[in-house]
Design a binder for this molecule. Structure first.
Ligand SMILES: [Zn+2]
Length: 590
């Protein structure tokens, strides 16, 4: 089964029918997911410009600018339209958070899962949610809940702009509650504010029931614009749409991504696929140039003919022409029989030439001729052979610079550069990393006959911020290695992923006091001990256990201005234990 701490479980956990039943009165504070576990899902990558909630990118928005946006939408669209728009926006967040909880804690108690929504809603800063009671049974289709929302951000913004009114104003927050609970419950649960700060009440009071229990929900559903809201981005996109992210993930060999940079590249690919144009793909090593070329071939009307790939850098200079254009018997010593080259083998299809700059100038002029005349000549041959081949060339260096340096023919460059597609490096499409991890895990678990497992939160945090000099290929290798290094049924942790690679600097998360602090990935217990030793051995005068303890004790004391109890807490000791060790080290010094 899926590890409860895995971030990206197998599809079964996410799609299995869910028949939750629960009652807030039978809920213990310590049931997972706890507020602390949820807070651990939120972390910041300040140097990278991203904030993550588990594997979702988040945004820190000034509540005043949210208020300004809200005001402008109200002015432009009118109150009713604006209310619908913000309700649906909230619904999208709530439904996404429901998915997060179900994916990350697939084994958790149902009531704790429902309660997690109140914690996340609070963590995200919309309002402080106080659950009064809630009870549900999916089999009989029953849900009833009552909550208080304290100091709602949306109510404050609304009242600031419009004053106290007659109607509830926490639209986004109501949408969030509907999205979260309906997303878990599997049927529409409608929330309504019976009291609202925007109407002059101290707090907002929110009641949730199923549409059937309410009876008259026509108005609520209109705000949700149900047909759009439910089939929109909240629910997994239809698998029959070949470009929907889920469909891409389900075909491990297909292109995987949903980021803007990725979409720009795939759109360019689709546009050119149906044309006969020559395509030049550029991008760093490991970004998936051959995958894109294969996809281009699949999308073109040449898909039933061969796709032939050749890495020009892998063939010695003196053999490349024979490889590309074929050989006639007796062309040179050793050419004992005639054979076709890659051009002929790709007849009617696509020829992918990777690392095109490795081609010698002689090879370049023959390639140019083949492209211009649509005719090749085998090495040692005398007759021209007609070829109908689409050439897709790829390079990981700047072709214009190669032209300027005189190592690449300018006329060939223009011939190839009809339709250039630049593939972004993985670090510029980090939002795709969770999708890719999931796809690689699924594939390798199948290949190695392993139970699908996910990554620990710590490992996910590092991967989301890792530099990936080797791009998608490096991520794929890391996941494969992680799976091999971890035990069956065990979540993949940092120690399984990294050996000698430099890891990114620590991420920032929320500490117990709610302040942003270094999440201390490198001090984590499952980082190889050697790494800790290495750090310690860099201390100025070497180290010993005794010396380390003395240093820790003193630093803890200094940091807490001599307060023994506080210093003891910091290093995980009782006051008495701390005092004993302090005395011991003071005696040693005397
Ligand atoms: Zn309210």
């Amino acid at each position: 089964m899926t590890n409860p701490h895995s971030s990206l479980p197998d599809d079964r956990a996410a799609t299995a029918p869910y028949h939750p039943r629960g009652d807030s009165r039978q809920l213990s504070d310590s049931s997972s997911p706890t507020p602390a576990e949820l807070t651990d899902c939120l972390f910041f990558s300040p140097e990278d410009g991203r904030i993550w909630l588990n594997d979702q990118r988040m945004l820190l928005l000034h509540s005043s600018s949210f208020g300004a946006l809200r005001g402008e939408v109200i002015e432009r669209l009118g109150l009713e339209q604006a209310r619908g728009l913000f309700t649906r926006t909230g619904y999208a967040s709530g439904a996404r958070d429901a998915r997060l909880i179900r994916e990350r804690w697939p084994q958790a108690d149902a009531a704790a899962v429902f309660r997690a929504g109140t914690h996340l809603h609070t963590l995200e800063g919309m309002t402080k949610v106080e659950p009064l009671h809630f009870k549900f049974d999916a089999d009989s289709g029953f849900y009833e809940g009552e909550f208080l929302w304290h100091h709602s951000c949306e109510a404050d913004e609304h009242v600031g702009a419009y004053g106290i009114g007659q109607d509830p104003v926490c639209w986004t927050e109501t949408g969030y509650a509907i999205g979260f609970v309906s997303g878990l419950f599997g049927q529409m649960v409608i929330f309504r504010e019976t009291e609202c700060r925007g109407m002059g009440h101290r707090s907002c009071r929110v009641i949730g029931k199923t549409a059937e229990q309410w009876g008259d929900v026509e108005q609520d559903l209109r705000y949700l614009n149900v047909s759009q809201a439910v089939t929109g981005p909240l629910v997994a996109p239809a698998p029959d749409n070949p470009l929907s992210p889920s469909a891409r993930v389900n075909q491990p060999q297909a292109l995987i991504g949903a980021s803007a940079a990725f979409n720009a590249a795939t759109q360019a690919l689709q546009r050119v696929a149906q044309t006969p144009a020559t395509v030049l793909i550029s991008g760093e090593s490991g970004v998936g140039k051959e995958m894109f070329a294969r996809q281009l071939h699949q999308l073109s009307d040449r898909r039933d003919s061969p796709f032939v790939a050749l890495n020009c850098a892998a063939i010695p200079d003196n053999l490349i022409e024979a490889e590309l254009f074929g050989v006639e018997r007796g062309a040179y010593t050793g050419a004992t029989h005639s054979r076709p080259g890659r051009f002929e083998r790709a007849q009617g299809g696509t020829l992918f030439l990777d690392e095109i700059t490795s081609l010698s100038l002689g090879g370049q002029s023959k390639l140019l001729r083949a492209l211009q005349e649509r005719e090749i000549e085998r090495v040692g041959g005398v007759r021209g052979i007609k070829v109908d081949v689409r050439v897709v060339a790829a390079t990981n260096i700047d072709l214009r610079k190669a032209v300027a340096d005189g190592t690449f023919r300018e006329d060939l460059f223009y011939r190839l550069n009809v339709y250039p597609i630049a593939l972004p490096p993985l670090r510029e499409r980090r939002d795709d990393i969770p999708l890719l991890i999931n796809a690689f895990l699924t594939r390798f678990c199948q290949e190695y006959a392993r139970t699908p497992v996910g990554l620990t939160m710590r490992a996910l945090k590092v991967l989301l911020r890792y530099d990936f000099a080797g791009n998608v290929r490096e991520l794929q290798n890391l996941i494969e290695r992680g799976l091999i290094a971890s035990d069956e049924g065990q979540a993949i942790d940092l120690v399984h992923l990294f050996r000698n690679e430099p890891m990114p600097a620590d991420a920032y998360g929320l500490d117990d006091h709610g302040s942003l602090s270094n999440t201390g990935l490198h001090a984590a217990p499952s980082v190889p001990r050697a790494a800790m030793l290495e750090t310690l051995s860099q201390l100025d005068q070497g180290f010993s256990i005794e010396g380390l303890e003395s240093r820790l004790i003193n630093e803890a004391l200094q940091q807490n201005s001599g307060n023994l109890a506080a210093a003891a807490r910091l290093v995980g000791l009782s006051r008495a234990q701390f005092a004993y060790r302090l005395k011991k080290h003071q005696r040693r010094k005397c």
